[in-house]
Design a protein around this ligand. Sequence first.
Ligand SMILES: [Zn+2]
Length: 166
Amino acid sequence: MLSTAYTYKDYNKTIKRGFVSDDNLKLWSMDKRPSFAKHGYLNWRTIEEWETATEKKKASTKKNRLERRGILNTMKRERGCEVCGMTLQDFMGKSRRTKENKAFMTDMFSRMIDFDHLNPKEKSFNVGDKLDRYKWDVILKEVDKCRTACKLCHDKHSGNQTRKVK
Ligand SMILES: [Zn+2]
């Protein structure tokens, strides 16, 4: 069928994002802005436009995710483990390190520290899992429900609360 023959009712039922019509247009999404009446409007693009826009979207999502992760990692490094008190300095130890090795250890330290929900009942999601999906202020609100804990402390704590010790 031609793109014009499809309506909002087909969206996600007979056709999905990425579907190519007989007149060679590719479906982007349904636009639900109020200006498109009450039902929404199927947003078709040429294949080339579709590919370009998809690449752009992917790149911006990735950039956004990396920025957010960077901010969260800085918080982790500043706070260290709030349970056992381990700091980045403790983790680095006293040995001399090259610049590259310092950067590596700093990254490892960020990976060692988790955001651990103080009250599991208040947990809506894992902070690190939704960097692409939720608004930044929603993520920060979730961070506020957490303390920082290194993997060992986190494991011990979660083990006490919910998980059985493996
Ligand atoms: Zn710890």
